[in-house]
Design a protein. Structure first.
Length: 236
């Protein structure tokens, strides 16, 4: 033998297609098995070609198919206990090939909203939009109950408070979901007799209000149950 054979041990930088697959899995999105298998096979073939091109004698898969060496342990070794971390947090700093936008080692990595919170935010916006639609459809009756300027100012104030709370809930502030719940419960007290009146006066308005209440109930469920981990960190 006229030279020492070369090889490689450890992870090589994963291509964007593999990173996208890992990100989708981390978000809980379904991934077809044939899609996963083809993506991994193509990535491994490419990394093997690159090693051969630079003269590596004994090539490896570059650990392309492993999300990380830490999580790989749980896939191969039994008897290990998994402890859940708050959404968006990490056991260790992100690796370079994860392309995390963290420059300072002391800087907190960006948090990723869990699916339950993303759905809750969508429902909150739908509820607000439906409320505005109801106001527009029922405008003539509403202005017969109170002066138009007062009604407009009241609507603008309600929109402002709602949007402000949406933003705070989206960033994980626990007090915001509590305030949102209190306002929702107080609103139910005044909405119940209003819905009874709407049922006799305009059934379509009553039906739309019931849908709005249903959206709000679903939002409360998402932020207080499946999405509760999002609010465990206290944010100022």
């Amino acid at each position: 033998m006229d030279r020492i054979l070369t090889t490689h041990t450890g992870s090589l930088i994963r291509p964007p297609s593999v990173l996208a697959l890992f990100d989708a899995a981390e978000r809980g999105e379904p991934i077809a098995e044939h899609t996963r298998a083809k993506t991994m096979a193509d990535a491994v073939a490419q990394i093997v070609r690159e090693q051969a091109n630079v003269g590596v004698d004994i090539v490896s898969d570059g650990e392309i198919g492993k999300f990380s060496w830490v999580s790989y342990l749980y896939e191969r070794i039994s008897g290990l206990e998994i402890r859940e971390l708050p959404p968006g947090s990490r056991v260790m700093p992100p690796s370079r090939d994860r392309q995390a936008a963290v420059v300072d080692a002391d800087q907190e990595p960006p948090r990723v909203r869990p699916p339950a919170i993303r759905r809750a935010i969508v429902l909150m916006w739908l509820s607000l939009a439906l409320n505005l639609v109801i106001l527009a459809i029922d405008w003539r009756f509403q202005v017969s109950q109170m002066p138009a300027p007062v009604l407009i100012l009241s609507a603008l104030f309600g929109i402002g408070i709602s949007v402000w709370l949406f933003i705070k809930i989206a960033t994980g502030r626990n007090w915001a979901r509590i305030v949102y719940l209190v306002l929702f419960l107080l609103g139910l007290i005044t909405l119940a007799p209003q819905m009874l009146g709407d049922a006799t006066r305009a059934a379509h308005i009553a039906g739309m209000r019931m849908i709005e209440v249903g959206l709000d109930f679903a939002t409360m469920y998402l932020v207080f149950f499946p999405g509760r981990e999002w609010f465990k960190r206290v944010r100022v």
